[in-house]
Design a protein around this ligand. Structure first.
Ligand code: 5AD
Ligand code: SF4
Length: 458
């Protein structure tokens, strides 16, 4: 494919931050070929739906979005113009052939591991090779990270960086090992170079991403293996970078070096550490490879390393065979840990996963009742956490305009959503804010008299 006149690219992204990262990289790949990102599919030359397969109705959502976009493609075709429609991401990986069969107007299907080949795939479709439709969902021996171009332009003050992909844990409910493939870690050098470029382009916070990010085991030029703790310490040495986060981790991979690294002032005191259930019986059926007490121990060690560390988690209720006693053990774990926030879901059978064949499914009314009880407890803890912050002065990375007039919205070190009144010029800077009130999902505050304006504003 050669550089051509400007073309319009529309990408819609569902799911986790890794998909957000992948979508950005697709923009980077296509930008040298004249593709500019637009915010509506109408009139676009290329539409990419970057999909998520983790929970139910994923495929339905994709088909309904495809139905919405199809008339725009027809309209272009009536003017003798082409709109390419691509389905990418984990639904594409899992159900590529089905999508091609059911939606004949989809031109291209590709999985999370093949998008570095986008220019070639597009060239095939735009007749350079005379192909009409392309499916590219192989898991290749090579890594896409060796082929991706450098990032173009700024991602803003708050950037994502994928360091690890895939998962070898095989929790029985989860599609990730099948859609994202085997666990793979990038090299420390590749990651640090990318982090430096992000900082040069204005990032003050970097979130290191991976499906199982603390299983990271990147090999350096000398053949030494780095764990996530060592990597975070090296990234923290980058001048101008002020905040580091990472997500999503597994309790089993929380090694001592990583736990100690939580004392580092640049590593933010908030950790998303999914446990899924508080019952050892259910954890076993989920193949989580840890017991509830191991999780409690890890939390205690982390709190010792960083006493103000705030926690979040994911929970699945009504996994096949879950009794009221099992569920009560989950509630007890939540009471013991005391979360700053958490996500909870009703179990949904994902085709192709081992749990999809399990018996003893839980009735939906019981599942809904358990979910409501768990969410009530989590909301209570979230509210208490946010109320408890009243009076604290914390550095807030201002990310965007808020919903109300004159309002700005950002994140505290504890990942709370913080709303303040302030000038738009403060967006992408770190400002000291005194928290004045706390709610279930956010806090409000006032800019403290002594402002800390970060490098991004220099
Ligand atoms: N059913 C319900 N929730 C699920 N998750 C993953 N798979 C399923 C499933 N089959 C949840 C887990 C995971 C989060 C990203 O999504 O809690 O941590
Ligand atoms: Fe899925 Fe996470 Fe389990 Fe891996 S560790 S199988 S990504 S839930």
């Amino acid at each position: 494919m050669t550089k051509q006149a400007d073309k319009k690219l529309f990408i819609k992204t569902w799911g986790c931050q890794m998909n957000v990262y992948d979508s950005k990289r697709m923009e980077d790949i296509l930008s040298p070929f004249g593709y500019k990102t637009v915010d509506t599919p109408e009139g676009a030359d290329m539409v990419i739906l970057n999909t998520c397969h983790i929970r139910e109705k994923a495929t339905d959502k994709v088909f309904s979005e495809l139905g919405r976009i199809r008339p725009f493609k027809d309209k272009k075709a009536a003017n003798d113009e082409q709109m390419l429609i691509a389905v990418a991401g984990c639904v594409a990986q899992a159900e590529g052939d089905f999508i091609m069969e059911r939606a004949p107007y989809v031109d291209l299907v590709f999985g999370p591991q093949t998008y570095h080949e986008l220019p070639e795939m597009i060239a095939k479709l735009t007749n350079a090779y005379g192909e009409n439709r392309v499916v590219n969902t192989e898991f290749q021996g090579e890594s896409k990270f060796d082929f991706l171009p450098e990032e173009h332009g700024s991602q803003g003050a708050n950037a994502f960086l994928s360091i690890q992909e895939g998962c070898d844990k095989f929790c029985t409910f989860c599609v990730v090992p099948y859609t994202r493939g085997a666990e793979y870690s990038r090299t420390p050098k590749g990651i640090i170079d990318e982090a430096k470029r992000l900082v040069d382009n204005g990032a003050v916070e970097i979130c290191l991403l991976g499906q199982n990010v603390n299983a990271f085991h990147g090999e350096d030029e000398l053949g030494n293996t780095w764990g996530l703790g060592k990597l975070i310490q090296a990234v923290a040495d980058i001048d101008g970078l002020e905040r580091i986060r990472y997500t999503t981790s597994h309790p089993r991979d929380m090694d001592d070096e990583l736990i100690e690294t939580h004392a580092h002032p640049k590593l933010m005191p908030f950790l998303h550490l999914p446990v899924q259930s508080g019952s050892d019986r259910i954890l076993k059926a989920m193949n989580r490879k840890h017991k509830a007490d191991l999780y409690r121990d890890v939390i205690a060690k982390l709190r010792k390393a960083r006493p103000d560390l705030a926690f979040s988690s994911d929970f699945i209720v009504a996994f096949p065979g879950e009794t009221e006693d099992d569920f009560e053990e989950t509630m007890q774990l939540v009471r013991d840990v005391n979360y700053a926030s958490a996500y909870s879901f009703k179990y949904s059978a994902r085709p192709g996963t081992p749990a999809a064949n399990m018996q003893n499914l839980i009735r939906d009314d019981i599942a809904s009742d358990r979910l409501a009880r768990l969410q009530a407890l989590i909301n209570e803890q979230q509210l208490a956490f946010n109320k408890q912050s009243i009076g604290l002065t914390v550095p807030v990375l201002i990310e965007r305009k808020g919903k109300k007039e004159g309002q700005l919205s950002g994140r505290s070190p504890y990942f709370q959503s913080v709303n303040i009144q302030g000038n738009e010029r403060l967006i992408n800077t770190i400002v000291d804010v005194t928290i004045t009130d706390g709610f279930a999902n956010s806090v409000t505050g006032d800019i403290a008299l002594q402002e800390t304006i970060s490098k991004a504003n220099a």
